[in-house]
Write a protein that binds this ligand. Structure first.
Ligand code: MGD
Ligand code: MGD
Ligand code: SF4
Ligand code: MO
Length: 666
């Protein structure tokens, strides 16, 4: 038995360092790498289960083709020839954008970018832009600061207060939880703002329950109190911001009583929060859940504004921490993706892909290639996604398992797992270390890395010369100018992980990358894109305040948060106890409808329905139903059969959690 260092490829805040045991060419055990500076030897079950994901009997191990409704094993030669012929035909007859590349972030490896190299060299397919995950928040921070950049994890040691605002840290970001436990012992005050009393609330000094989608109003209320008490940071506001008058106008246009009513947060708590923000440094860690609303971009912008007004921007221990996109921006994406090869282009916003597939003309979508994604479970409005995928002539899915999406395919191509290919891995959400993942075992069966698959298709389509590189050469291309700073393929390999040269305290020089060079309460980028660049009083789309009729029919807010033991849809099929739908309801719903634990209920709205077993939430905002995302069709179905696919306010995010439902016992 030999042990090697490796890393977790899963889409997660933490991007852990691994120690992997290999015996007789087989992965036998995965543990944490104690020498990893951020993840320090601790990993979660999802990471450990990458062993099962590699060794499972259910893995797709051979190229498959659907013939008369049944999948049959075919050779790679047949698969690659038929698929490349189809791609060439579609391009010739309809143009290259008649092919859609549907994907998400299921693998954190640098070389997933080779898919973009393929489609650019193809002449330009229809691509997905924005993100179901974090699109509205990233766009919001681009408008306010010029970029979405978080403080380094260790900067929390400089904080006096920490606000965990809509991030489910114990479940989704376990190493931030480690830091919280540590600083709490030193007297740092921790406050959790969330509709649900989550695991982090248990260690917090206070838990503030809030009505879903109303966080922007809470930020306004806190700013109102800061100004009333004359606690705003006047120097920062004067020297480094634009549009403060517009913000004050919005703040003045709503009473504190209205803020209390909308948020369900009492006045005294709002005043206390104003003091917490002014007696900093106060770090704000935002989650991604609360921007998956029709008003999500504006919500993040209002929280950014609060962090700015209270003087917590650009100082150690402060920050408006959302995603840390400066990590991903460290790499030379263009060298890997060759955007100059693209001759035609068309983009669909990710959350709207189904609707766009169904309505696209000039050209219509004729073929879909799916990699690193499972849209049938993960993309909102499942019925529409199903209809869209059924409407397309050919679907090719690169996969490790027979997911709901793979089952719809005409061809399924077996994809290698993290331990079967070499790459470097990073996450643009939390810390700034890049990790090395060596090839530790041969790919099982006839599985191949995605890079190999794109390369073989490229050769058959006649643009193989751009694919004439070894993996190592691609990694070097992607490292670009990092190599001048000593971050080379060799040094990453030697050290297993290396810090990237990002700003550890973003905006410490108060030089913002917005058009004005200042923090923009009123956004020039927003205006250039045709939006009203000012901050707004804006509401979720599905709420009693915006659609009384809908709220009468479907009175409860559905949150579809990330599961504890699965990374999205990736672990349900490997853990038997996860294979039922769990419907968590707030206490008031249980009392009003006479629901008891384990009752079977139907949750429904105009888009669909789902059945599951009741559990009662210990503490939460009222009228909440919560169903974890990621469930497979065979185990009761994805909760996305209920969620809306409409975009968020700034055009690039989803409104997944902006969803009203009814519920009844069956
Ligand atoms: N175990 C596990 N961890 C994961 C993942 C996983 O699938 N499983 N996925 C990874 C990925 S891709 C992502 S994007 C991250 C997401 O990480 P998080 O942002 O932590 O996770 P979410 O599940 O999106 O939602 C987080 C919290 O938002 C709260 N919330 C929902 N609506 C509102 C609201 O209106 N206001 C407020 N204040 N809170 C609200 C929910 O109650 C929940 O506690 O997690 C990563 N980590
Ligand atoms: N209702 C609801 N829906 C959600 C969310 C929510 O909170 N609620 N969260 C959203 C968020 S934040 C995200 S990030 C998305 C995630 O959505 P996805 O990324 O689509 O979800 P996953 O289940 O992580 O992964 C999809 C598939 O990629 C495959 N895969 C893994 N590695 C590789 C690889 O190297 N190559 C190839 N070809 N395939 C690979 C896996 O086997 C898996 O089946 O879901 C979104 N959907
Ligand atoms: S899923 Fe996240 S927390 Fe778990 S091992 Fe992977 S990176 Fe670490
Ligand atoms: Mo995500």
């Amino acid at each position: 038995m030999t042990t090697y260092k490796s890393t977790c490829p899963l889409n997660c805040w933490d991007n852990c360092g691994f120690v992997v045991e290999v015996e007789d060419g087989k992965i036998v055990k995965i543990d944490g790498d104690k020498e990893h500076p951020i993840t320090k030897g601790k990993i979660c079950g999802r990471g450990r289960m990458l062993e099962a994901r590699t060794n499972s009997d259910d893995r797709v191990l051979y190229p498959l083709k659907k013939i008369d409704g049944e999948f049959q094993r075919i050779t790679w030669e047949q698969a690659l020839t038929e698929i490349s012929d189809k791609l060439a035909d579609v391009k010739q007859t309809f143009g290259s954008t008649a092919v859609l590349h549907s994907h998400d972030y299921a693998n954190g490896g640098l070389l997933t970018k080779i898919a973009n190299r393929f489609f650019n060299s193809f002449g330009g397919a229809t691509e997905l832009i924005g993100s179901i995950c974090w699109g509205s928040g990233i766009e919001a921070q681009n408008w306010d600061f010029g970029n979405a950049a978080s403080h380094a994890p260790e900067d929390i040691y400089n904080s006096k207060n920490v606000i965990i605002w809509g991030r489910n840290v114990t479940r989704t970001n376990m190493h931030l939880f480690g830091y919280l436990q540590e600083v709490r012992k030193k007297g740092v005050k921790i406050i959790v703002i969330d509709p649900i009393y989550n695991g982090t609330a248990k260690i917090a000094d206070s838990y503030i329950s809030i009505t879903p989608g109303m966080d922007g109003f809470l930020a306004i209320g806190i700013m109102k109190e800061l100004i009333r008490l004359d606690l705003q940071d006047k120097t920062f506001l004067e020297k480094y911001t634009v549009g403060y008058e517009d913000l004050v106008e919005i703040i003045d246009s709503i009473s504190i009583q209205k803020v209390e009513k909308l948020t369900n947060v009492p006045r005294e708590t709002i005043t206390k929060l104003a003091h917490v923000y002014s007696e900093g440094p106060t770090a704000t860690y935002m989650g991604l859940g609360m921007q998956r609303y029709a008003n999500g971009g504006n919500t993040i912008r209002l929280i950014d504004a609060l962090v700015a007004v209270s003087g917590n921007v650009g100082i150690p221990g402060g920050g408006a921490n959302f995603g840390n996109t400066q990590v991903g921006q460290s790499f030379d994406s263009e060298a890997l993706t060759l955007p100059e090869k693209k001759k035609e282009s068309r983009a669909f916003v990710m959350t709207e892909q189904a609707e766009k597939i169904l309505t696209a003309t000039e050209p219509p979508i004729k073929m879909i290639m799916v990699s690193c994604g499972n849209p049938l479970t993960q993309v909102p409005n499942t019925a529409l996604v199903q209809e869209a995928f059924h409407s397309v002539d050919s679907i090719v899915v690169l996969e490790q398992f027979m997911t709901d999406t793979a089952r719809l395919a005409d061809y399924v191509l077996p994809s290698a797992t993290v331990f079967e290919e070499e790459d470097i891995y990073y996450s643009s959400m939390f810390h700034h270390y890049v990790n090395y993942g060596p090839k530790l075992v041969e790919a099982r069966g006839e599985a191949k890395s995605d890079v190999w698959i794109w390369t073989e298709l490229a050769k058959r389509l006649g643009f193989g010369e751009d694919f004439n590189y070894a993996r190592e050469e691609y990694i070097k291309m992607g490292l670009g100018s990092l190599q001048d700073e000593g971050i080379t393929f060799e040094t990453i390999k030697e050290n297993s992980h290396m810090p990237l040269p990002v700003n550890l305290v973003p905006w410490h020089d108060f030089q913002f990358t917005t058009p004005s060079g200042k923090f923009e309460f009123t956004s020039a980028i927003g205006e250039m894109k045709g939006y009203d660049g000012r901050l707004q009083l804006s509401y979720p789309r599905e709420s009693v305040y915006t659609d009384k009729e809908l709220a009468r029919k479907y009175p409860y807010s559905l949150l579809t948060i990330h599961p504890l033991r699965s990374n999205h849809s990736q672990h349900y099929h490997l853990i038997e106890s996860l294979q039922t739908v769990k419907v968590e309801v707030s206490k008031d719903i249980a009392e009003n409808l006479g629901l008891l634990p384990n009752d079977i209920v139907r949750v429904f709205n105009e888009r669909g329905e789902i059945k599951g077993k009741v559990q009662i939430l210990k503490e939460s905002s009222p009228n909440i139903v919560c169903i974890d995302e990621g469930q497979w069709h065979i185990f009761g179905g994805s909760v996305n059969s209920l969620t809306p696919h409409e975009v968020s306010d700034n055009g690039l995010g989803s409104s997944l959690y902006d969803c009203l439902v009814g519920i009844e016992k069956v």
